[in-house]
Design a protein around this ligand. Structure first.
Ligand SMILES: Cc1ncc(C[n+]2csc(CCOP(=O)(O)OP(=O)(O)O)c2C)c(N)n1
Ligand SMILES: [Mg+2]
Length: 651
């Protein structure tokens, strides 16, 4: 099949322009500018199979400038992804379509959801890491592919890109090829109004190879991509392009970034020498585009023949969580129930993590330079490095934002459950990536330690207050805050059983083991009665994490006074709120409720009735020893005892 790149790129351009026009909304600028590069990439290099979009050894492609989505869908349509019909293109940006405003991974052929600039390039770094680690474990025949990533000027301005490319340099991810749509235009004008960074020097300083091409000249693009294939380092290709290429006076102006061509459409189509009706593509051009997938189809077929013989590998891809983990969890629970350790949950968490790591090669992750504090580096951790990818621990450096997005990329790649870790208060630094994990429903663990004012002397900058509530507000994110060692085991167990992302929030300070009997995993319903009332409840104490221990002291004081009290632990607010109201009410009971949490009171209002009370923390903490801090904010057994007595009297 003789491919004519000019015709192919023109078809991609007009389709993208037609889509934006039909929707009366979207971004024509980047698609028109990037179409030539994408055409050469798809025709000559990208290894993909439209008939099997999830084939594990395909090349990955991330459009970090997610506003180029019209081009993404045009490419998927032209190259023959069955789902991406002309109808789908016509539904661009409409409710329930496969062609949402920015790419989402629920569309076949979209490897990573993008839109918030910079997330994509960090995700691509994660994919390249995943590929290298699997390659080290299973060899070239089963796992060897490239990760391509388009970025705009915006992605490179975002700080996360610096975090990501510097780690990519350290890990020397030679299979990562980033294509920069270098059009010197962003929404507000020429890039020189906001940056004078020498991008070439910046990437080179991080150990990358930097190549350059004319992004509208096929030979030039091909030459650069060819060189990148043989790279010994990660590669940036600086593709000089014109935003809105072909769109008359709008080309090379910010206007074309996000304005449907409208009155400029006629000029554009004339410049493209295109006379067909909107969405009409000649068969000859379809044939050229369909041929792009041929190399991938052959490679995919060969790969399956081999891969099927390796059940270990195939099972790993199907489900990275091994089936025998329940034994690990049960043994640990038994051990903790017998030993009843007085231990920080970050420490019991480390014991759990180590046991899982020993049994789960697909669990990889690391910390943003707090391995020794988060206790997420274990005796079973082995570093992943440029000289040896066969490890399970990533030294992320002090780069929380990229750490989150890189883990998203590892999870989206497949074959792994990634984990990241830092102080809970710095979850803010990775929140945009966590939101994308939730949106993509990626199974991963965000492990946070130093979960409250219990941090103590480091002071309010280091003391999370609003973080639990703010993460509860994030859709599809689960937050586990175990009260002790047994709940720590169950937090990991539940997080690994369920789909999607989970946070595991752990204490710095020691906590008693509050759980008594073993039995089933009690975290699956989010909350449970950890100390039962005798006959008729007069009060229910409700707490999570370290405050459960405090509540337990109050419980004992009240019981000594002859009161009949229940203590409820809520290790996972989201799972509890997902229960039926009946079930929740049964656990919480009719008696007055006293909610105790050393954090924003916001989360407890949905469960608070007029006769109940919340002891929360709605200001910043103080720099003081933890004990003094808790006392200052009323988190003492004496104060809570008094509040409890008042609540019971008021009834
Ligand atoms: C984190 C984030 N901030 C802001 C935006 C809004 N936004 C979308 S595109 C864009 C400009 C991007 O410029 P560039 O990457 O050069 O794209 P081009 O205009 O060249 O297509 C901005 C500010 C965003 N999507 N994400
Ligand atoms: Mg630009």
């Amino acid at each position: 099949m003789k491919q004519n790149f000019r015709k192919m790129a023109t078809a991609a351009r007009v389709l993208a322009a037609d889509m934006v026009e039909q929707a009366k909304s979207g971004h024509p600028g980047a698609p028109l500018g990037m179409a030539d590069i994408a055409t050469v990439l798809y025709a000559k290099f990208l290894k993909f199979n439209p008939e099997n979009p999830h084939w594990a050894n395909r090349d990955r492609i991330v459009f970090s400038n997610g506003h180029s989505s019209a081009l993404v869908y045009a490419l998927l349509h032209l190259s023959g992804y069955p789902q991406m019909t002309t109808e789908a293109l016509k539904s661009f940006r409409q409710l329930g379509s496969l062609t949402p405003g920015h790419p989402e991974i629920t569309t076949d052929g979209v490897d990573f959801a993008t839109g918030p600039l910079g997330q994509g390039i960090a995700g691509a770094v994660g994919m390249a890491v995943a590929e290298r680690v699997l390659n080290a474990e299973f060899g070239d025949k089963l796992m060897k592919h490239k990760t391509y990533c388009f970025v705009g000027d915006g992605c490179l301005m975002e700080g996360i890109s610096e975090e990501a490319i510097s780690l990519a340099g350290v890990l020397n991810l030679k299979n990562l090829i980033v294509l920069w749509d270098d059009n010197t235009i962003t929404i507000d004008g020429h890039t020189n109004i906001a940056t004078k960074t020498n991008i070439k020097k910046r990437f080179e300083a991080n150990g990358w190879q930097v190549l350059k091409c004319n992004g509208h000249h096929y030979k030039s693009i091909e030459k650069a991509l060819k060189k990148a294939q043989r790279a010994k380092q990660p590669t940036l290709i600086d593709c000089k392009t014109t935003i809105g290429y072909g769109a008359g006076e709008w080309a090379n102006t910010p206007k074309v970034h996000g304005t449907p061509l409208g009155e400029m459409m006629a000029t554009f189509k004339k410049n493209m020498k295109w006379t067909l009706a909107p969405f009409e593509i000649p068969q000859e051009i379809y044939n050229m585009w369909h041929a792009c997938g041929d190399k991938g189809k052959r490679a995919c077929k060969d790969w399956f023949e081999l891969a099927h013989k390796n059940t270990n590998f195939m099972n790993r891809l199907k489900n990275p969580v091994p089936s025998n983990l329940s034994n690990v969890f049960n043994e640990l629970k038994e051990k903790f129930l017998v030993e009843k350790p007085e231990m920080a949950t970050r420490k019991s968490g480390q014991i759990v993590l180590q046991k899982i790591l020993e049994n789960m090669p697909s669990l990889i992750g690391g910390s943003a330079d707090l391995g020794a504090s988060n206790l997420t580096k274990t005796n079973a951790s082995k570093p992943i490095s440029a000289s040896n990818y066969a490890g399970n621990y990533i030294n992320f450096g002090i780069r929380e934002h990229a750490m989150g997005a890189i883990c998203n990329g590892i999870a989206a790649h497949g074959g792994f459950v990634p984990y990241s870790s830092t102080f809970f208060v710095f979850s803010d630094y990775m929140r945009p990536a966590m939101r994308m994990a939730a949106l993509m429903n990626l199974k991963e663990l965000f492990i946070f330690t130093h979960d409250s004012i219990g941090v103590g002397e480091d002071g309010p900058t280091h003391q999370p207050v609003e973080h639990l509530a703010s993460l509860h507000a994030m859709p599809n994110m689960r937050v586990f805050r175990p009260a002790g060692a047994v709940e720590a085991v169950e937090s990991y167990e539940t997080a690994l059983q369920l789909d999607g992302p989970s946070c595991i929030v752990l204490s710095r300070q020691n906590l008693p083991t509050v759980r008594r009997g073993a039995g089933e995993n009690l975290l699956q319903q989010g909350a449970y009665v950890v100390r039962k009332p005798l006959k008729k409840r007069q009060l229910t104490l409700v707490a999570s994490g370290s405050e459960v221990a405090l509540a337990l002291q109050v419980f004992s004081m009240l019981v000594e006074q002859g009161a009949d009290v229940a203590l409820v632990s809520v290790p996972c607010w989201e799972l509890f709120m997902a229960q039926s109201e009946d079930k929740r009410e049964k656990i919480l009971g009719n008696a007055p409720r006293l909610f105790i949490e050393a954090g924003s009171s916001l989360s407890w209002y949905p469960l608070k009735r007029p006769q109940d009370m919340i002891l929360g923390l709605d200001t910043f903490g103080e720099s003081a020893p933890a004990k003094d801090n808790f006392a200052h904010f009323g988190f003492t057994k004496e104060n809570i005892f008094q509040i409890a007595e008042k609540l019971m009297k008021n009834k």
